[in-house]
Design a protein around this ligand. Structure first.
Ligand code: FES
Ligand code: FES
Length: 215
């Protein structure tokens, strides 16, 4: 036997059963009417919470293609291409000099164009072929003509700037900016050499430009 709900001051008429039915009906109606709004509020809250909890320092997966090999790395999204190459892939041939875009030591090719990898986010390299100094030699170990020319012309002393010089020199030739010594000096001016091997670098580029255009 169903229990009757005690009458409330507002329930001034009708029987106990009628009052129970009416109150239950009103409560049920109110609940079902509020449910969609409540659900919407919950969804909005949880979306907001997810957005609020998305920390830019949370690692992201980045797919890189370097020297013909695919790599998947988990990185802080603010990681530079230079740090991704050196710290995550172990490709330390690309050098960190100033780390602020002023010396050219970190030059690599991305999509065939030279970039300063210290000013390029690793995430920006997704979907583009990246070539570093380690990717120039042939599979048989034969040096790229520009690498050989740097050796032949003594175009380095300490060697710290050399990987960036060579990557930049290859791009300089392919861009068509190596027609004259003045052009070479101008378009290589972003690559500094503290050992001042500049005349030898120009000579190396002159030696290798024909072979580099064909490579
Ligand atoms: Fe990138 Fe100096 S390390 S420009
Ligand atoms: Fe030493 Fe260029 S060879 S900085």
């Amino acid at each position: 036997m169903a229990r009757s709900v005690p009458a409330r001051p507002g329930d001034t008429h009708a029987s106990g059963n009628a009052r129970q039915t009416r109150r239950n009906f009103l409560m049920a109606t109110a609940s079902s009417a509020a449910a969609p709004a409540f659900a919407r509020a919950l969804t909005a809250d949880s979306a907001q919470a997810q957005t609020a909890h998305r920390d830019p320092r949370d690692p992201s997966i980045v797919n890189l293609r370097v020297n013909g090999r695919a790599h998947q790395v988990t990185l802080d999204t603010r990681t530079t291409l230079l740090d991704a190459l050196r710290e995550h892939l172990g490709l330390t041939g690309t050098k960190k000099g100033c780390d602020q875009g002023q010396c050219g030591a970190c030059t690599v090719l991305m999509g065939g164009r030279r970039v300063l990898s210290c000013l390029t986010l690793a995430a920006m390299a997704e979907g583009q072929a990246v070539t570093t100094i380690e990717g120039l030699a042939g599979t048989d170990g034969a040096l790229h003509p520009m690498q050989q020319a740097f050796i032949d012309n003594d175009a380095f002393q300490c060697g710290y700037c050399t990987p960036g010089q060579i990557m930049s020199a290859i791009a300089c030739v392919r861009e068509g900016h190596a027609e004259t010594d003045a052009d070479i000096r101008e378009y290589m001016s972003g690559n500094l050499c503290r050992c001042a091997a500049y005349p030898n670098i120009v000579a190396a580029i002159n030696q290798a430009k024909a072979a580099t255009q064909e490579s």
